[in-house]
Design a protein around this ligand. Structure first.
Ligand SMILES: [Zn+2]
Length: 190
């Protein structure tokens, strides 16, 4: 069984993409993380879930990576939760970013995750991106430690319809993706 690591991409209101349609990335990534972690611990108590919850003062610069590196193993699955944002209010959809040197596990599951999120939220499937195609080009959460790494951009906070659908289908998203995370953890023995 693989250990799941569920991380909020930001740590509190105002630390991520700005709130343009009633969704603040910094606050929502933490709330969503808590939903996934609680759901997994109730439905699949046999799966080990590590999370930055309770360590919310740990930013990328302030110890998060150090904490992760202290226990992470190659077989672990790390899922970093984010929302996208664009100056173009029409930009829409879900995408999953994997490391430039992705494994087949990462690429295959990222493809399915992006499709699943798009289906549940009824928004565009933007598919899989590799790190170098992301806005920053290099992402510490994908390249600074080696396990099965996924960075999820659920929807655009800058798109009114994306935000509306995310809020509307959030329960389905938690259950649907929670099941998929559990499947990834349980499928491969280590
Ligand atoms: Zn983000």
């Amino acid at each position: 069984m693989r250990k799941l690591i569920i991380i909020a991409g930001h740590n509190g209101k105002g630390t991520g993409a700005p709130d343009r349609h009633g969704l603040d990335e910094g606050a929502e990534t933490m709330a969503l993380r808590d939903c996934f972690v609680d759901w997994l611990r109730i439905k699949y108590p046999q799966i080990e879930v590590a999370t930055d919850r309770g360590r919310d003062n740990l930013t990328l610069a302030g110890g998060l990576l150090k904490w992760l590196k202290s226990f992470v193993k190659k077989s672990n699955i790390c899922i970093d939760l984010h929302f996208n944002s664009s100056a173009n209010e029409q930009a829409t959809g879900a995408e999953v970013v994997v490391p430039d040197k992705y494994s087949m596990f990462e690429f295959g599951n990222a493809k399915k995750l992006a499709a699943k999120i798009a289906e549940i939220l009824q928004i565009k499937n933007r598919g899989v991106k590799i790190e170098i195609q992301s806005a920053l080009g290099k992402l510490a959460m994908l390249s600074e430690f080696d396990c099965e790494n996924f960075l999820i951009e659920f929807a655009f906070t800058s798109n009114a319809k994306d935000v509306e659908n995310y809020k509307k289908y959030k329960p389905e998203l938690i259950a649907g993706l929670g099941e998929y995370f559990a499947k990834m953890a349980l499928e491969t023995k280590n």
